[in-house]
Design a protein around this ligand. Structure first.
Ligand code: HEC
Length: 188
């Protein structure tokens, strides 16, 4: 019996001591075992860094860096430049295939239809709520634009229309152009 009581006292005292050493304190963190997994020595991309002159860890790419697989576009955003793009650029995917039209339709429905309307007539819900209504894509003006100019308009925007460069990847812009052509062909 005495042995049991002694053992209980030792265990309780041991737990008490353990709590004293490892227990949660409001003014300091509890002990961490092998903390270098969670808190590595490497600098995080967004953290300050004393080793670079500009104090940042993440450095800008060298001027003139080109993303793999993307040829840079050398155009301005003016209407004249969109016409030049019409002369100089052509659809690298060769126009309308069923895949390009499927994809182009999806892109059109998400990014163009809100203003230009499902049929391209400039009657989308955004235009109906006060945004300057775009001209119909079925009129001669848009029909006479070359594929490269439509691509330029999506990439750089056009007068009142914002650029969709950041939202639509380059191949998808060409598929959208193919779908606009399809709309123009199937509607008088
Ligand atoms: C926020 C509304 C809005 C969205 C979204 C939008 N546009 Fe436009 N778009 C306009 C407006 C407004 C104009 C007319 C610009 C002007 O003349 O001031 C226009 C003009 C155009 C023109 C020139 C038409 C002409 O005859 O002058 C084309 C082509 C065009 N948009 C294609 C697209 C395509 C393709 C998309 C989808 C990727 C798209 N737009 C998305 C508002 C929009």
């Amino acid at each position: 019996m005495k042995k049991m009581i002694a053992a209980t006292i030792v265990i309780v005292a041991g737990l008490f001591l353990l709590d004293l050493v490892l227990g949660q304190k409001t003014d300091r963190r509890s002990l961490e075992y092998l903390p270098d997994m969670a808190r590595s020595f490497a600098y995080k991309a967004e953290s300050p860094n004393p080793h670079f002159a500009n104090g940042q860890t993440q450095q800008n790419p060298v001027i003139g860096t080109v993303a793999r697989g993307l040829k840079p576009l050398h155009f301005g955003s003016s209407v004249e430049e969109s016409k030049r793009a019409g002369e100089e650029l052509s659809n690298p995917f060769g126009g309308q295939t069923s895949e390009s039209l499927d994809r182009g339709k999806k892109m059109y429905q998400v990014y163009c239809q809100p203003c230009h309307g499902a049929g391209g007539q400039g009657d989308g819900p955004v235009a109906k709520r006060g945004y300057p209504a775009p001209p119909s894509l079925l009129l001669d003006n848009a029909r006479s634009m070359k594929d490269g100019q439509l691509f330029h308009i999506i990439t750089y925007g056009y007068k009142n229309m914002p650029s969709y460069n950041a939202q639509i990847e380059r191949p998808d812009r060409w598929f959208t152009v193919a779908y606009v052509r399809k709309l123009q062909e199937t509607q008088p």
